[in-house]
Design a protein around this ligand. Sequence first.
Ligand SMILES: [Zn+2]
Length: 79
Amino acid sequence: MSTLKCPRCDSEKIMQDVLILNAMGSGLNIVVINTEASILQKTKREALKASVCGECGNVELSVNNPKQLWEHYSIKKNT
Ligand SMILES: [Zn+2]
């Protein structure tokens, strides 16, 4: 994996895949809702994670399994 750089300060002190927890200790999720999906599977959630710069504190967010989320998002209206 290539070296990551902070987009804000160019530091290479990037902490990857840091979890984001609320005060109760639960992780945050991205939730994709597709009303076209079957009734039991309208929502799909994946953990939100962050890359944090250890120099300036810049935070970049990303999500696990983006392709699965996209597939879910793209379920359509096959009409
Ligand atoms: Zn930085």
